[in-house]
Ligand binder design. Structure first.
Ligand SMILES: [Zn+2]
Ligand SMILES: [Zn+2]
Ligand SMILES: [Zn+2]
Length: 345
């Protein structure tokens, strides 16, 4: 059973999960670039994964059989496990609890060679819809305080398999990063009585030097103080504290915005490894005025090294203004028609 341990000095929880050390990809002799014939996420290999939790599939097909275009499965090598109680307890001055949580994999497509940028809008929408469906379901489990959705693309960004997928981890505590962001936003609200994210959106649109693309309902911007070159945030323009406040019709709008943003990054940076993460308000938190959900997309172009680890400072060699100008000029539609015979349907 994995264990959660709290650092008594800075209050950061770590997950001690020895099971994950055993997964094949952590050993050097297994290539991550497995062929489709070997890939456990490809159709026909459903028996190589744990049974599916959710799938979008042709109506006449059975679960855990081919015929799907999106599948959600439990992670075979979970960082946290679903069974058991939290049993939070001290150990002298220390705090620990059982590593209870959910760790799921969203297999985004049945096509081994496709990624979000290659998929049609409705298929991309289904990915975001699946996030929502899983979050709604997991929020019913009272042990969970937060659900973090993220995507690792490329080996350098932590993807252990090439086949396009994202992941979701439900945790029994609110992650420190999220708590810090929420606390900062709450403090700003306490003296301005306005949402900091809404204020950022307003100013960025007005100044128009860090905006990458304006999608009507969403905006892609470079943050004023980015940690990494080409760090890009995708934010809904109307105030919503939770991802689950999106209306049903807005998921396709989000899909188009994310696809366009990722395509710009892909063209600009020659298909870089990247992570994206979804920051939304914690489970069973009421909708509120001060926090505003968003995606953070982080291309992996630099290494986090000693100074960053030791100080919490990040050294970023690219100004967000230059990055925004560069990304803004790219025409993603041109790339699609030139390079891809867009899959019909
Ligand atoms: Zn595959
Ligand atoms: Zn807001
Ligand atoms: Zn954030």
């Amino acid at each position: 059973m994995p264990e959660l341990r709290k650092d008594p000095i800075v209050g950061r929880w770590v997950i001690i999960s020895t099971e994950r050390g055993k997964r094949p990809s952590s050993f050097g002799d297994v290539s991550r670039r497995v062929a489709a014939t070997m890939c456990p996420f490809c159709p026909g290999h459903e028996s190589n994964t744990p049974p599916e939790i959710l799938s979008y599939r042709d109506s006449a097909t059975e679960p855990n059989q081919p015929g799907w275009h999106l599948r959600v499965i439990p992670n075979k090598y979970p960082a946290l496990v679903i069974e058991g109680g939290l049993s939070r307890e001290p150990e002298g001055i220390y705090d620990k609890m059982h590593g209870i949580g959910a760790h799921e994999v969203i297999i985004e497509t049945d096509n081994h060679g496709h990624d979000i940028v290659d998929m049609d809008d409705r298929a991309v929408r289904d990915i975001f819809w699946a996030y929502k469906e899983r979050m709604v379901d997991l929020e019913r489990d009272h042990r969970f305080k937060y659900i973090l959705v993220f995507k690792n693309h490329g080996e350098a960004a932590g993807a252990s398999l090439e086949h396009a997928h994202s992941q979701l981890i439900a945790t029994p505590i609110i992650p420190k990063r999220v708590a810090e962001e929420m606390e900062g936003a709450r403090r700003y609200y306490s003296f301005k009585e306005r949402c900091i994210f809404c204020d950022i959106i307003r100013q960025e649109i007005q100044e128009d030097v860090r905006v990458v693309a304006d999608y009507d309902a969403f905006i892609a911007v470079q943050p004023f103080a980015p940690r990494f070159p080409f760090e890009t945030w995708l934010i809904p323009k109307t105030h919503q504290s939770s991802y689950l406040e999106l209306s049903d019709a807005e998921y396709i709008v989000l899909a188009r915005a994310m696809k366009d943003t990722l395509l710009r990054l892909k063209i600009a940076l020659n298909d870089p490894p990247f992570n994206y993460i979804l920051h939304t308000r914690p489970v069973s938190n009421e909708p509120h005025e001060y926090y505003h959900w968003h995606f953070e997309i982080i291309p992996k172009l630099t290494k986090v090294a000693g100074f960053e680890w030791g100080s919490g400072f990040y050294i970023n060699p690219t100004t967000p203004e230059a990055a925004a100008e560069f990304l803004k000029k790219i025409d993603p539609k041109k790339d699609i028609t030139e390079d891809k015979s867009e899959a019909a349907g």
